[in-house]
Structures are given as structure tokens and as C-alpha cells.
Design a protein around this ligand. Structure first.
Ligand code: AMP
Length: 189
């Protein structure tokens, strides 16, 4: 089964589309954002550290994030079924570490599905999600910070994966079903 990264800005629909992908292809879903929010809610040691970054819209330091990911993969007996990585990698050092970490386990990334959404629509979606879900980092100040961090630190990954021949661009506006159909086409190709 394939190992896929679902890539895109905050609000591009990574979580929503991951749910549809898992439903259809039964891949393991690793969302670093969800994992951190779970620790924050349980007020674990990691949660307290993570909260100090997440609440300001900043990224958790690479070393810590890479360690968390390695631990998650090594403690999931079902990763061999294929993976969907959502929210990781978010920096070039994370992408390089991921490549090495997977190679050491006889695995590799097969494709990167890049969800492309215009910036004004991202802000609109995130504000709506903040109202509906109460997610605390979906407020205008933190949204703007997260988008800035995305442009500076995460967007360079697009070129990184284009160079690796793995980046598949998906036009990610329209209905959830329409977007999912475009993704399914890529996965099945
Ligand atoms: P997300 O749910 O993917 O939007 O992630 C929510 C927040 O968790 C981000 O704004 C970051 O603070 C943190 N986070 C999630 N994934 C990562 C990562 N790969 N590297 C650093 N920080 C992350």
C-alpha cells in the first residue's frame, strides 16, 4: 500500500480529505496536529510544551517533532498497511529526516498530494472552523501567523517534492466530493 503525504496550507482540507482517503483506502492516518492537540488536552509534559508553540501559531522545534513521529511510527503495528501523513513534514529538515527514518524501516514516500487553495478562501474556512469547532488556534491573529509560517517554512517543501518527482498538485476548491474525486484519481494512478 502507498505511503502518502497530504500537503497544504492550514485550512486547505488536509484533515477532511484524509478522513475520506482512510475510509476508501484503509491507510493509517498520522496527523501531527491531532496528536499534539490530544497531548495538550491531557496536559501531558509534551502537551504543555506543544501548547506554548501551537497557541502562537508557531511550529514545534524540528528535533522534538521528528522524535514524536519516529515514536508514533515505531509503535503502530499497522503502518505497513500504508500511511497518510497529515501535517508532517512542515520544514525541509523534517522532510530530510522523514526520508532517512522511512529508509531505515524499509519504507518510502510514494506521493505528495498538494491541496492548492487561494489564500482568501483559506482564511474564510479557518474562521468558520474556529466558530464551529472552537479550535483555539483558529482566530484571526493566529491564523495570520500560521499562514506566514506556512509560506516561510513549509511552502519550500513543494519544490523539494517536485524535485523528487513526487508532488501531485490538486485544485482543492469546490465540494468535498469533487476534491476527493481528484485525489482518488491521483492515488489510483
Ligand atoms: P495542524 O492541525 O496540522 O494545523 O497543526 C496544528 C499546530 O500543531 C501547528 O500550527 C503547529 O503548531 C503544530 N504542528 C503540527 N504539525 C507540526 C509539525 N510537523 N512541525 C511543527 N509543528 C507542528
Amino acid at each position: 500500500m502507498p505511503n502518502i503525504i497530504i500537503f497544504g496550507a492550514p485550512g486547505s482540507g488536509k484533515g477532511t480529505q484524509s478522513e475520506r482517503i482512510i475510509e476508501k483506502y484503509h491507510l493509517r492516518h498520522i496527523s501531527t496536529g491531532e496528536l499534539l492537540r490530544d497531548h495538550i488536552a491531557r496536559k501531558t509534559e509534551l502537551g504543555i510544551v506543544a501548547d506554548s508553540y501551537c497557541s502562537r501559531g508557531q511550529l514545534i522545534p524540528d528535533d522534538l517533532m521528528i522524535e514524536i513521529l519516529a515514536h508514533t511510527i515505531d509503535n503502530d503495528a499497522e503502518v505497513s498497511k500504508g500511511l497518510i501523513l497529515d501535517g508532517f513534514p512542515r520544514t525541509i529538515p523534517q522532510a530530510r529526516a522523514l526520508k532517512q527514518l522511512l529508509a531505515e524501516r524499509g519504507m518510502k514516500i510514494d506521493s505528495v498530494i498538494g491541496l492548492e487553495v487561494p489564500e482568501d478562501e483559506l482564511v474564510e474556512r479557518l474562521l468558520k472552523r474556529g466558530q464551529e469547532s472552537g479550535r483555539s488556534d483558529d482566530n484571526l491573529d493566529t491564523i495570520n501567523k500560521r499562514l506566514e509560517v506556512y509560506h516561510n517554512q513549509t511552502l519550500p517543501l513543494r519544490d523539494y517534492y517536485i524535485n523528487e518527482g513526487k508532488y501531485c498538485s490538486i485544485h482543492a476548491t469546490g465540494s468535498i466530493d469533487e476534491i476527493f474525486d481528484r485525489i482518488a484519481e491521483v492515488i489510483e494512478a
